[in-house]
Design a protein around this ligand. Structure first.
Ligand SMILES: Cc1ncc(COP(=O)(O)O)c(C=O)c1O
Length: 390
Protein backbone atom coordinates (compact mmCIF):
# COMPACT_ATOMS: atom_id res chain seq x y z
CA UNK A 1 0.00 0.00 0.00
CA UNK A 2 2.91 2.36 0.61
CA UNK A 3 4.14 1.67 -2.90
CA UNK A 4 7.50 0.36 -1.73
CA UNK A 5 9.08 -2.99 -2.45
CA UNK A 6 8.77 -5.78 0.08
CA UNK A 7 12.00 -6.80 1.70
CA UNK A 8 12.67 -10.52 1.90
CA UNK A 9 14.47 -11.63 5.03
CA UNK A 10 15.95 -15.10 5.16
CA UNK A 11 16.34 -16.66 8.61
CA UNK A 12 20.04 -17.43 8.96
CA UNK A 13 20.52 -17.07 12.72
CA UNK A 14 21.01 -20.83 13.15
CA UNK A 15 24.06 -20.99 10.84
CA UNK A 16 27.45 -21.68 12.44
CA UNK A 17 31.08 -21.33 11.33
CA UNK A 18 30.92 -25.02 10.39
CA UNK A 19 28.19 -24.16 7.91
CA UNK A 20 30.47 -21.46 6.50
CA UNK A 21 33.22 -24.04 6.02
CA UNK A 22 30.75 -26.45 4.42
CA UNK A 23 29.58 -23.76 1.98
CA UNK A 24 33.14 -22.77 1.11
CA UNK A 25 34.03 -26.38 0.44
CA UNK A 26 31.00 -27.05 -1.75
CA UNK A 27 31.76 -28.24 -5.25
CA UNK A 28 28.82 -26.21 -6.52
CA UNK A 29 30.58 -23.11 -7.84
CA UNK A 30 27.38 -21.20 -8.60
CA UNK A 31 25.72 -18.69 -6.26
CA UNK A 32 23.75 -21.66 -4.97
CA UNK A 33 26.61 -22.71 -2.73
CA UNK A 34 25.08 -19.97 -0.55
CA UNK A 35 21.63 -21.60 -0.74
CA UNK A 36 20.88 -20.98 2.97
CA UNK A 37 21.00 -17.22 2.35
CA UNK A 38 18.67 -17.21 -0.66
CA UNK A 39 14.84 -17.10 -0.47
CA UNK A 40 14.13 -20.40 -2.22
CA UNK A 41 12.31 -23.18 -0.43
CA UNK A 42 13.42 -26.29 -2.31
CA UNK A 43 16.64 -27.01 -4.11
CA UNK A 44 14.58 -28.68 -6.83
CA UNK A 45 13.25 -25.24 -7.83
CA UNK A 46 16.69 -23.84 -8.57
CA UNK A 47 17.09 -22.38 -12.03
CA UNK A 48 20.80 -22.03 -12.63
CA UNK A 49 23.09 -21.53 -15.59
CA UNK A 50 26.19 -21.82 -13.42
CA UNK A 51 26.29 -18.11 -12.49
CA UNK A 52 28.59 -17.01 -9.67
CA UNK A 53 32.13 -17.56 -8.40
CA UNK A 54 33.34 -15.19 -11.09
CA UNK A 55 37.08 -14.53 -10.97
CA UNK A 56 38.38 -11.97 -8.49
CA UNK A 57 41.55 -10.95 -10.27
CA UNK A 58 44.44 -8.94 -8.90
CA UNK A 59 45.17 -6.25 -11.50
CA UNK A 60 48.76 -5.14 -10.82
CA UNK A 61 49.38 -3.32 -14.12
CA UNK A 62 46.12 -1.40 -13.96
CA UNK A 63 46.68 -0.82 -10.24
CA UNK A 64 50.13 0.59 -10.86
CA UNK A 65 48.74 2.91 -13.51
CA UNK A 66 46.09 4.37 -11.21
CA UNK A 67 48.16 4.18 -8.02
CA UNK A 68 46.36 1.43 -6.12
CA UNK A 69 48.62 -1.39 -4.94
CA UNK A 70 45.84 -3.84 -4.05
CA UNK A 71 43.39 -3.47 -6.90
CA UNK A 72 41.06 -6.39 -7.70
CA UNK A 73 38.60 -6.78 -10.55
CA UNK A 74 35.49 -8.89 -10.00
CA UNK A 75 34.94 -10.15 -13.51
CA UNK A 76 31.19 -10.53 -13.98
CA UNK A 77 31.58 -10.18 -17.74
CA UNK A 78 31.93 -13.98 -17.75
CA UNK A 79 28.46 -14.62 -16.32
CA UNK A 80 26.19 -16.75 -18.56
CA UNK A 81 24.49 -13.91 -20.44
CA UNK A 82 27.40 -11.49 -20.03
CA UNK A 83 26.14 -9.31 -17.20
CA UNK A 84 25.49 -9.14 -13.47
CA UNK A 85 21.75 -9.54 -14.06
CA UNK A 86 22.23 -13.31 -13.98
CA UNK A 87 22.86 -13.19 -10.23
CA UNK A 88 19.42 -11.61 -9.69
CA UNK A 89 17.51 -13.61 -12.25
CA UNK A 90 18.75 -17.01 -11.17
CA UNK A 91 17.18 -16.39 -7.75
CA UNK A 92 14.15 -14.50 -9.10
CA UNK A 93 13.34 -17.15 -11.67
CA UNK A 94 13.77 -19.97 -9.14
CA UNK A 95 11.12 -18.35 -6.95
CA UNK A 96 8.94 -17.75 -10.02
CA UNK A 97 9.14 -21.44 -10.80
CA UNK A 98 8.43 -22.34 -7.19
CA UNK A 99 5.35 -20.11 -7.29
CA UNK A 100 4.13 -21.79 -10.49
CA UNK A 101 4.31 -18.91 -12.97
CA UNK A 102 4.27 -19.74 -16.70
CA UNK A 103 5.53 -16.47 -18.19
CA UNK A 104 8.26 -14.08 -17.01
CA UNK A 105 8.42 -10.48 -18.17
CA UNK A 106 10.52 -7.36 -18.00
CA UNK A 107 10.98 -3.98 -19.65
CA UNK A 108 14.54 -3.34 -20.64
CA UNK A 109 16.65 -2.47 -23.60
CA UNK A 110 19.59 -4.63 -22.82
CA UNK A 111 21.12 -6.72 -20.10
CA UNK A 112 17.97 -7.48 -18.09
CA UNK A 113 16.06 -8.57 -21.21
CA UNK A 114 18.74 -11.07 -22.21
CA UNK A 115 19.09 -12.43 -18.71
CA UNK A 116 15.36 -12.85 -18.02
CA UNK A 117 14.94 -14.55 -21.40
CA UNK A 118 17.78 -16.99 -20.73
CA UNK A 119 16.63 -17.95 -17.24
CA UNK A 120 13.01 -18.30 -18.40
CA UNK A 121 14.26 -20.64 -21.13
CA UNK A 122 16.18 -22.68 -18.57
CA UNK A 123 13.12 -22.79 -16.29
CA UNK A 124 10.82 -23.92 -19.10
CA UNK A 125 8.86 -20.66 -18.89
CA UNK A 126 7.83 -18.23 -21.62
CA UNK A 127 9.22 -14.71 -21.55
CA UNK A 128 7.97 -11.35 -22.80
CA UNK A 129 10.27 -8.37 -23.13
CA UNK A 130 8.92 -4.88 -23.80
CA UNK A 131 11.09 -2.21 -25.40
CA UNK A 132 10.47 1.31 -26.69
CA UNK A 133 10.44 2.08 -30.39
CA UNK A 134 13.86 2.86 -31.80
CA UNK A 135 15.66 0.25 -29.69
CA UNK A 136 18.51 -1.12 -31.78
CA UNK A 137 18.16 -4.74 -32.81
CA UNK A 138 21.63 -5.44 -31.38
CA UNK A 139 20.25 -4.65 -27.91
CA UNK A 140 17.44 -7.18 -28.02
CA UNK A 141 18.75 -9.83 -30.37
CA UNK A 142 20.17 -11.86 -27.48
CA UNK A 143 16.76 -11.99 -25.75
CA UNK A 144 15.14 -12.98 -29.05
CA UNK A 145 17.70 -15.76 -29.46
CA UNK A 146 16.71 -17.22 -26.08
CA UNK A 147 13.10 -17.35 -27.30
CA UNK A 148 11.65 -14.20 -25.71
CA UNK A 149 8.66 -12.53 -27.30
CA UNK A 150 9.94 -9.01 -27.95
CA UNK A 151 7.22 -6.33 -28.02
CA UNK A 152 8.22 -2.97 -29.47
CA UNK A 153 6.02 -0.18 -28.18
CA UNK A 154 5.43 3.22 -29.74
CA UNK A 155 6.32 5.25 -26.65
CA UNK A 156 9.06 6.35 -24.23
CA UNK A 157 10.70 3.88 -21.87
CA UNK A 158 9.95 5.57 -18.52
CA UNK A 159 6.47 6.69 -19.49
CA UNK A 160 4.19 4.97 -22.04
CA UNK A 161 6.14 1.69 -22.14
CA UNK A 162 6.34 1.47 -18.35
CA UNK A 163 2.62 2.22 -18.02
CA UNK A 164 1.61 -0.37 -20.59
CA UNK A 165 3.93 -2.88 -18.94
CA UNK A 166 2.30 -2.38 -15.55
CA UNK A 167 -1.16 -2.89 -17.02
CA UNK A 168 -0.01 -5.95 -18.96
CA UNK A 169 1.48 -7.61 -15.86
CA UNK A 170 -1.85 -7.13 -14.05
CA UNK A 171 -3.88 -8.26 -17.06
CA UNK A 172 -1.90 -11.34 -18.07
CA UNK A 173 -0.50 -12.43 -14.70
CA UNK A 174 3.11 -12.44 -15.84
CA UNK A 175 5.96 -12.94 -13.38
CA UNK A 176 7.42 -9.44 -13.14
CA UNK A 177 11.25 -9.48 -13.13
CA UNK A 178 11.86 -5.77 -12.57
CA UNK A 179 13.80 -4.65 -9.51
CA UNK A 180 10.45 -4.24 -7.75
CA UNK A 181 10.39 -8.04 -7.51
CA UNK A 182 11.58 -8.63 -3.92
CA UNK A 183 13.04 -12.06 -4.63
CA UNK A 184 15.75 -10.86 -6.97
CA UNK A 185 18.34 -10.75 -4.18
CA UNK A 186 21.03 -12.75 -5.94
CA UNK A 187 23.49 -9.86 -5.79
CA UNK A 188 23.93 -10.65 -2.09
CA UNK A 189 26.29 -13.28 -3.49
CA UNK A 190 28.85 -10.55 -4.25
CA UNK A 191 29.44 -10.20 -0.52
CA UNK A 192 29.71 -13.93 0.11
CA UNK A 193 32.06 -14.45 -2.83
CA UNK A 194 34.34 -11.55 -1.91
CA UNK A 195 34.71 -12.80 1.65
CA UNK A 196 35.39 -16.30 0.36
CA UNK A 197 37.79 -15.30 -2.40
CA UNK A 198 39.84 -12.83 -0.33
CA UNK A 199 40.11 -15.48 2.35
CA UNK A 200 39.89 -13.25 5.39
CA UNK A 201 41.32 -10.06 3.85
CA UNK A 202 38.19 -7.97 3.57
CA UNK A 203 38.14 -5.18 0.95
CA UNK A 204 38.35 -1.61 2.19
CA UNK A 205 36.29 -0.40 -0.75
CA UNK A 206 33.86 -2.17 -3.08
CA UNK A 207 32.92 -0.09 -6.10
CA UNK A 208 29.74 -1.02 -7.98
CA UNK A 209 28.39 0.52 -11.21
CA UNK A 210 25.00 1.71 -10.06
CA UNK A 211 21.62 2.22 -11.70
CA UNK A 212 18.65 1.00 -9.65
CA UNK A 213 20.71 0.36 -6.52
CA UNK A 214 20.01 -3.38 -6.34
CA UNK A 215 23.69 -4.22 -6.22
CA UNK A 216 24.51 -1.81 -3.41
CA UNK A 217 21.44 -2.74 -1.37
CA UNK A 218 21.81 -6.51 -1.75
CA UNK A 219 25.57 -6.55 -1.26
CA UNK A 220 25.20 -4.60 1.97
CA UNK A 221 22.59 -7.09 3.18
CA UNK A 222 25.02 -9.91 2.39
CA UNK A 223 27.93 -8.33 4.24
CA UNK A 224 25.73 -7.56 7.23
CA UNK A 225 24.45 -11.13 7.39
CA UNK A 226 28.04 -12.40 7.57
CA UNK A 227 28.92 -9.73 10.11
CA UNK A 228 25.94 -10.55 12.33
CA UNK A 229 26.91 -14.22 12.20
CA UNK A 230 30.45 -13.26 13.23
CA UNK A 231 31.96 -14.64 10.02
CA UNK A 232 33.63 -11.28 9.32
CA UNK A 233 34.74 -8.73 11.89
CA UNK A 234 34.32 -5.50 9.95
CA UNK A 235 32.49 -4.16 6.94
CA UNK A 236 33.77 -2.59 3.72
CA UNK A 237 32.85 0.86 2.43
CA UNK A 238 30.57 0.72 -0.61
CA UNK A 239 30.78 3.09 -3.56
CA UNK A 240 28.10 3.74 -6.19
CA UNK A 241 29.77 4.58 -9.52
CA UNK A 242 27.44 6.50 -11.82
CA UNK A 243 27.54 8.34 -15.11
CA UNK A 244 27.28 12.07 -14.47
CA UNK A 245 24.42 12.01 -17.01
CA UNK A 246 22.32 9.93 -14.61
CA UNK A 247 23.57 10.35 -11.07
CA UNK A 248 20.71 10.52 -8.55
CA UNK A 249 22.79 8.76 -5.84
CA UNK A 250 25.62 11.24 -6.24
CA UNK A 251 23.17 14.15 -5.94
CA UNK A 252 21.48 12.70 -2.84
CA UNK A 253 24.82 12.03 -1.12
CA UNK A 254 26.14 15.50 -1.96
CA UNK A 255 22.98 17.17 -0.68
CA UNK A 256 22.80 15.03 2.45
CA UNK A 257 19.28 13.83 1.62
CA UNK A 258 17.76 10.67 3.10
CA UNK A 259 15.68 10.04 0.01
CA UNK A 260 16.54 9.98 -3.66
CA UNK A 261 15.14 12.71 -5.87
CA UNK A 262 14.62 11.57 -9.47
CA UNK A 263 16.77 13.33 -12.05
CA UNK A 264 16.39 13.53 -15.82
CA UNK A 265 18.73 10.93 -17.26
CA UNK A 266 20.67 12.26 -20.23
CA UNK A 267 22.47 10.32 -22.92
CA UNK A 268 25.67 8.65 -21.84
CA UNK A 269 28.03 6.05 -23.16
CA UNK A 270 27.21 4.08 -19.98
CA UNK A 271 23.85 3.08 -21.45
CA UNK A 272 23.15 0.19 -19.10
CA UNK A 273 23.10 2.42 -16.04
CA UNK A 274 21.24 5.36 -17.55
CA UNK A 275 18.61 5.46 -14.82
CA UNK A 276 17.45 8.76 -13.36
CA UNK A 277 14.76 7.42 -11.05
CA UNK A 278 15.78 4.37 -9.01
CA UNK A 279 12.37 4.28 -7.39
CA UNK A 280 12.18 0.67 -6.21
CA UNK A 281 15.28 0.37 -4.03
CA UNK A 282 16.95 3.77 -4.31
CA UNK A 283 16.35 4.97 -0.76
CA UNK A 284 17.51 1.70 0.76
CA UNK A 285 20.63 1.64 -1.38
CA UNK A 286 21.32 5.22 -0.35
CA UNK A 287 20.99 4.23 3.30
CA UNK A 288 23.41 1.35 2.69
CA UNK A 289 25.99 3.70 1.16
CA UNK A 290 25.75 5.95 4.23
CA UNK A 291 25.77 3.11 6.74
CA UNK A 292 28.90 1.69 5.14
CA UNK A 293 30.54 5.14 5.25
CA UNK A 294 30.88 4.90 1.53
CA UNK A 295 30.15 7.39 -1.19
CA UNK A 296 28.87 7.92 -4.72
CA UNK A 297 30.98 9.15 -7.63
CA UNK A 298 29.92 10.72 -10.94
CA UNK A 299 31.99 10.07 -14.06
CA UNK A 300 32.06 11.79 -17.42
CA UNK A 301 31.87 9.81 -20.64
CA UNK A 302 35.53 10.64 -21.25
CA UNK A 303 36.57 9.21 -17.87
CA UNK A 304 34.46 6.11 -18.46
CA UNK A 305 35.90 5.42 -21.91
CA UNK A 306 39.44 5.93 -20.63
CA UNK A 307 38.80 3.44 -17.82
CA UNK A 308 37.29 0.98 -20.30
CA UNK A 309 40.40 1.20 -22.49
CA UNK A 310 42.80 0.89 -19.54
CA UNK A 311 40.91 -2.12 -18.19
CA UNK A 312 41.10 -3.85 -21.55
CA UNK A 313 44.72 -2.99 -22.27
CA UNK A 314 46.27 -3.30 -18.82
CA UNK A 315 44.14 -6.05 -17.29
CA UNK A 316 42.84 -7.96 -20.31
CA UNK A 317 39.15 -7.56 -19.54
CA UNK A 318 36.77 -6.06 -22.09
CA UNK A 319 33.98 -4.52 -20.05
CA UNK A 320 31.10 -2.45 -21.38
CA UNK A 321 31.31 1.30 -20.59
CA UNK A 322 28.73 1.11 -17.78
CA UNK A 323 30.83 -1.57 -16.11
CA UNK A 324 34.03 0.43 -16.45
CA UNK A 325 32.56 3.20 -14.28
CA UNK A 326 33.85 1.24 -11.28
CA UNK A 327 37.43 1.53 -12.49
CA UNK A 328 36.90 5.17 -13.45
CA UNK A 329 35.64 5.83 -9.91
CA UNK A 330 38.64 4.07 -8.37
CA UNK A 331 40.95 6.21 -10.49
CA UNK A 332 39.14 9.39 -9.47
CA UNK A 333 38.99 8.50 -5.77
CA UNK A 334 42.69 7.67 -5.75
CA UNK A 335 43.53 10.91 -7.56
CA UNK A 336 41.59 13.02 -5.05
CA UNK A 337 43.01 11.11 -2.09
CA UNK A 338 39.80 9.39 -0.92
CA UNK A 339 41.42 6.01 -1.50
CA UNK A 340 44.95 5.53 -0.26
CA UNK A 341 47.63 3.57 -2.05
CA UNK A 342 47.61 0.39 0.06
CA UNK A 343 43.90 -0.07 0.64
CA UNK A 344 42.20 -3.13 -0.85
CA UNK A 345 39.90 -2.00 -3.62
CA UNK A 346 37.47 -4.23 -5.53
CA UNK A 347 35.92 -2.93 -8.76
CA UNK A 348 32.92 -4.81 -10.12
CA UNK A 349 33.00 -5.26 -13.89
CA UNK A 350 29.33 -5.90 -14.44
CA UNK A 351 28.84 -6.35 -18.18
CA UNK A 352 30.77 -7.59 -21.20
CA UNK A 353 32.21 -5.16 -23.73
CA UNK A 354 30.65 -7.11 -26.58
CA UNK A 355 27.26 -5.92 -25.32
CA UNK A 356 28.07 -2.51 -26.77
CA UNK A 357 30.94 -2.84 -29.26
CA UNK A 358 30.05 0.41 -31.00
CA UNK A 359 31.40 2.28 -27.96
CA UNK A 360 34.94 1.47 -29.05
CA UNK A 361 36.25 4.19 -31.28
CA UNK A 362 38.30 3.14 -34.25
CA UNK A 363 39.36 4.63 -37.53
CA UNK A 364 38.63 2.91 -40.80
CA UNK A 365 42.34 2.61 -41.47
CA UNK A 366 42.80 0.55 -38.29
CA UNK A 367 41.33 -2.37 -40.20
CA UNK A 368 42.51 -1.36 -43.67
CA UNK A 369 42.73 -4.12 -46.25
CA UNK A 370 46.35 -4.83 -47.15
CA UNK A 371 47.96 -6.74 -49.97
CA UNK A 372 49.33 -10.16 -48.94
CA UNK A 373 52.93 -8.97 -49.05
CA UNK A 374 55.57 -8.23 -46.42
CA UNK A 375 56.11 -4.61 -47.51
CA UNK A 376 52.37 -3.91 -47.20
CA UNK A 377 52.35 -5.57 -43.80
CA UNK A 378 55.36 -3.48 -42.69
CA UNK A 379 53.61 -0.33 -43.79
CA UNK A 380 50.42 -1.21 -41.92
CA UNK A 381 52.31 -2.22 -38.75
CA UNK A 382 54.08 1.14 -38.83
CA UNK A 383 50.78 2.98 -39.20
CA UNK A 384 49.18 1.03 -36.36
CA UNK A 385 52.17 1.59 -34.08
CA UNK A 386 52.02 5.34 -34.58
CA UNK A 387 48.28 5.29 -33.74
CA UNK A 388 48.63 3.06 -30.68
CA UNK A 389 47.17 4.37 -27.44
CA UNK A 390 48.98 3.79 -24.13
C1 LIG B 1 26.25 -3.46 -16.80
C2 LIG B 1 25.46 -3.05 -15.59
N1 LIG B 1 26.13 -2.67 -14.50
C3 LIG B 1 25.50 -2.28 -13.38
C4 LIG B 1 24.12 -2.25 -13.32
C5 LIG B 1 23.60 -1.75 -12.02
O1 LIG B 1 22.44 -2.12 -11.54
P1 LIG B 1 22.10 -2.01 -9.97
O2 LIG B 1 22.38 -0.62 -9.51
O3 LIG B 1 20.64 -2.30 -9.93
O4 LIG B 1 22.92 -3.03 -9.26
C6 LIG B 1 23.36 -2.64 -14.44
C7 LIG B 1 21.90 -2.66 -14.45
O5 LIG B 1 21.16 -1.81 -14.56
C8 LIG B 1 24.05 -3.06 -15.61
O6 LIG B 1 23.39 -3.46 -16.70
Amino acid sequence: MCGLVLEVQVGVGHLTPDDFTRMRQSRDWSIWRWFDFLPVENRSSIVSLGEGSTPLLPAPRLGERIGIANLYLKNDTVLPTGSLKDRSNSVGMSVGKELGFATASVISTGNAAASVAAYAAAAGMQSVVMVPKGTAASKIIQAHAYGATVIVVDGRFDYEVAELYKKAVAEFGWYDCLSSNPYRVGKKSYAYELVDQLDGALPDWVIHPTAGGTGIFCMWQGFKEFHTLGWIDRLPKLVAAQSEAAAPFVAAMAQGRAVIAAVDAHETVAESIQVGNPSALGDRALAALRESQGTAVALSDGEILEAQALTARLAGIFAEPAAATSVAAAQKMRANGTISRDEIVVCHLTGHGLKQPEAIEHAEQDFALIAPTLPALREQLKRCASDARP
